[in-house]
Design a protein around this ligand. Structure first.
Ligand code: SF4
Length: 197
């Protein structure tokens, strides 16, 4: 954050804006310095170009810093993005919201895909996991997501996301959005399609 503040001061107007999509904007950078700032940001792990998959992910604080969290939302968001990017080629954003508890700071119910933290059982052990929702939206597409899976382990959630996104790309019509596509189907039919991938 200190390096970002320095970049904003040295090349912009000393201003940094944070967005609801968990991105940051350094405004008022003259065109001549844009490439320099991009390179400096890449060096500290912030890319200015993102895939449709990565740009749609947001996560709440999770169990690193929040006592309410049932799962490591931010860690899993990074893990899921790394796994899915390159395996699923999206041509438009699909919003994936990971939230660690029902307080829903990352608003799982309005993501194309919403993940609500919970504990899951694996071999008698309690592990981080997620309930999975689809079809939420906002603005002119406002809708509350419907639950399609219950208490998957985080590991299972990762593979399930892959099957869900591949299933969407296979079955959608005329380039429709994930939300439009998923909301055309009953939960049972979605579960069948998601099982096939
Ligand atoms: S959704 Fe729950 S776990 Fe996540 S930051 Fe908010 S209160 Fe904490």
């Amino acid at each position: 954050m200190i390096r970002i503040a320095e970049l904003a001061e040295n090349y912009g107007s000393g201003e940094v804006r944070l967005t609801v999509w968990q991105n940051l904007i350094i405004p008022n950078v003259p065109t001549a310095f844009v490439d320099t700032v991009k390179k400096a940001l890449r060096r500290i792990g912030f890319d200015t170009k993102q895939s449709h998959l990565r740009s749609g992910f947001i996560a709440c604080t999770g169990n690193s810093y929040c006592k309410f969290a049932s799962s490591n939302t931010k860690g899993h968001a990074l893990e899921f993005m790394d796994y899915l990017d390159g395996r699923v080629a999206l041509d438009q954003p699909v919003n994936v919201h990971l939230t660690g508890c029902p307080h829903s700071c990352a608003q799982h119910y309005m993501g194309d895909i919403g993940l609500l933290g919970t504990k899951a059982k694996v071999g008698g052990e309690s592990v981080d996991g997620y309930h999975v929702f689809v079809g939420g939206g906002f603005g002119s597409n406002q809708a509350v997501g419907r639950q399609v899976f219950t208490a998957l382990s985080a590991e299972d959630t990762k593979f399930t996301l892959e099957r869900m996104l591949k299933s969407y790309l296979t079955h959608r019509e005329n380039g429709e959005s994930f939300q439009a596509w998923s909301n055309r189907h009953e939960v049972g039919r979605l579960q069948e399609m998601f099982a096939d991938g």
